[in-house]
Design a protein around this ligand. Sequence first.
Ligand code: IPD
Ligand code: CA
Ligand code: CA
Length: 260
Amino acid sequence: MIDSLLLNAISWAREAGAVHLRYFRGNQLEIKSKFNDSDIVTAADKAAEKLIIDHIRSTYPHHSILSEESGVENHDSEYRWVIDPLDGTTNFSQGLPQFCVSIGIEHNGVTEIGVVYAAYLNELFHVIRGRGAYMNGEPVKVSGKTRLDQCVVATGFPVDKDRNPDNNVDNLTRVLPHVRGMRRLGSAAIDLCYVGAGFLDGYWELNLHQWDVSAGLLFVEEAGGSYTHFRTDRNVSVLAGTPSIHDQLLPMLSTEAATK
Ligand code: IPD
Ligand code: CA
Ligand code: CA
């Protein structure tokens, strides 16, 4: 079962990626705001989501689904698909290439499979619990770095930054002087896979959702990295990294809301 689930997830992620590329840098994006102007959706998000959900419904009609744009579809099933049909929509809408589709598959509430496909970059990440993390079919590992001053670390900023001072700048101010470089790539799923592949040494972000991290956290774990949910009051807030770097960054991150 696990192997056929993985093969289907990869195949549908590749189809979703082909949908992304049909819209990318085109003039049919139909950009719409959701929570505010920092939180957008395009016609490509919706088309990719429809494609994946249609496949799941016809192949696994009893499986539950959690997907960003269309929400929850609960069935009495041991399996649940957790889908971000286009992660990095702001990049995508600007013509920037860091965007992907992310699919996690849970069995009895535990993520067992993850697939992240960045179509423009031609990067396919896949993972099965207990069987390692792979990029384009080759096994990958976290960087294993231990010195923070030699590390490149990514983060992101929450969509409610226009009205909420709990905007991650406090964490950035603390971490920035100690690292070789900071990046804001704009796709949580890619950030996590890049930690697993060793391209980034650490990553944290607050106020994410399950669909952003479902596949990526398993990828980090299977690539030998560590992660922590460092806030419980701010949706999904995660720190991931090579084990030593994770342990050095954790005490630098606020565990409660910044008020100014
Ligand atoms: C967003 C990206 C981004 C992160 C945002 C997410 P979306 O997802 O992962 O990197 O900073 O918080 O919402 O909206 O492009 O799917
Ligand atoms: Ca997302
Ligand atoms: Ca999305």
